[in-house]
Design a protein around this ligand. Structure first.
Ligand code: RM4
Ligand code: MN
Length: 383
């Protein structure tokens, strides 16, 4: 139990700046009270999530949503609040120029503009001390024949190589894949195999990021995790839940058992280290945002605790004996354990309140920001 607690104490989960701003569907963005009006206020909210969970000390930025004049100053502000800047997320999907793609666009001028944005993100990493660039491309085509599938891969490879060469010591990029959307017929980085192949060609500073919402229904995500870890190519996670497509709901809400199976493979494969970034990529469209993030961090923590509880000796004994039911029972025993008392105890040992949701609700922070943050433009995802 001491080992399990030590591992849980060392766990780090990164929250995304965009989770604190307004977001919605293509039908409606519902504004909420107290929503941050700039990146500084987003960091203040993220610091609350860390204050109550004790395991969320970094915040991912999204550029240009979090554009500021002085990134070193923003990083200082984060440190003053007890958090730090995490991954820098690029955005080459919200400009009119990108209608037909960004780094895979048929026009070299647009490709140049997109790659320059990615290079600018590396400059922001330098200024903020971030070591991770996260690349997601909305690039793809809607109709067969619209563009040359193969040429688009060449253009993608060319841009990635340029960004790769710009990375400094200790910096890396994570290439994200997504099955479909916004492109409907063919996506340029649709799956882990495509992301993996590009990363292998580039070298050790390029790794794959698994966004749990970016797969077809029924995909065995833990298999992908096990495979990528075995190859040293799992760079991190964008955690969220999906019922239908890229729903971006709270991680562990749709399928806590899947989250447990993923965390088990992470632990089994030695990925429970700083090497693998555990990030949330979510939006809270109808629920309050800070508690939504606290709940999400707790969901990952609970799945991790259950995965750490798996009796690995008993499991491998049952596996080598060909004991199908016995092996399955070992895994299910861990999953069916109520870890909430263990986590409450751990939090108390860390000097935190045992129930982060209740402690935040009682703190008065929401009432304070709802009263203070009036006027100005609420931050959103720029859609
Ligand atoms: C994409 C992808 C990226 C995220 C954007 C907002 O679908 O998941 O990781 O930054 O959405
Ligand atoms: Mn993502």
């Amino acid at each position: 139990m001491t080992d399990i607690k030590a591992a849980l104490r060392a766990q780090r989960i990164e929250t995304p700046s965009w989770a604190y701003g307004n977001s919605g569907t293509r039908f409606k963005v519902f504004a909420q009270q107290g929503v941050p009006r700039d990146p500084y206020e987003k960091l203040a909210d993220a610091a609350q999530v860390h204050a109550y969970t004790g395991i969320a000390p970094t915040v991912a930025l999204h550029i240009p949503w979090d554009k500021v004049d002085d990134y070193a100053d923003l990083a200082r502000h984060a440190r003053d609040l007890g958090v730090a800047i995490g991954a820098i997320n690029s955005n080459v999907f919200q400009d009119d120029d990108y209608k037909l793609g960004s780094v895979t666009h048929p026009d070299a001028r647009v490709r140049r503009k997109a790659t320059d944005h990615l290079l600018e993100c590396v400059d922001i990493m330098d200024a903020t001390g971030s070591d991770t660039l996260k690349l997601w491309f909305s690039d793809g085509i809607n109709y067969p024949g619209q563009d040359d599938l193969r040429a688009r891969q060449d253009r993608l490879a060319e841009s990635l190589a340029e960004v790769y060469d710009r990375l400094g010591e200790g910096q890396r990029f994570l290439l994200e894949y997504k099955l479909f959307e916004p492109a409907f017929y063919a996506t340029d980085v649709p799956d882990w195999g495509t992301a993996y192949a590009h990363c292998v060609k580039l070298g050790p500073k390029a790794q794959v990021v698994v966004d749990t919402g970016h797969h077809a229904p029924g995909t065995n995500i833990e298999f992908i995790v096990a495979f990528l870890l075995r190859e040293g190519k799992l760079g991190g996670f964008d955690f969220n839940s999906r019922f239908y497509a890229d729903d971006d709901l709270m991680v562990g809400a749709a399928d806590p058992f899947q989250l447990f199976r993923i965390m088990y493979e992470v632990i089994r494969g030695g990925g429970f280290t700083d090497e693998v970034a555990f990030m949330l990529d979510q939006c809270h469209n109808i629920e309050p945002k800070i508690p939504g993030q606290i709940r999400s961090v707790m969901n990952v923590q609970e799945a991790t605790a259950k995965a750490l509880l798996v009796d690995r000796d008993a499991l491998s004994a049952a596996q080598s004996a060909g004991d199908v039911l016995g092996a399955n029972a070992v895994l299910m025993d861990a999953y069916n354990t109520d870890v909430r008392p263990l986590l409450a105890e751990l939090r108390e040992e860390m000097g935190l309140a045992p129930d982060p949701m209740a402690a935040y609700a009682k703190s008065g922070y929401f009432e304070k920001i709802a009263a203070e943050r009036v006027g100005g433009n609420q931050a959103g995802w720029g859609a």
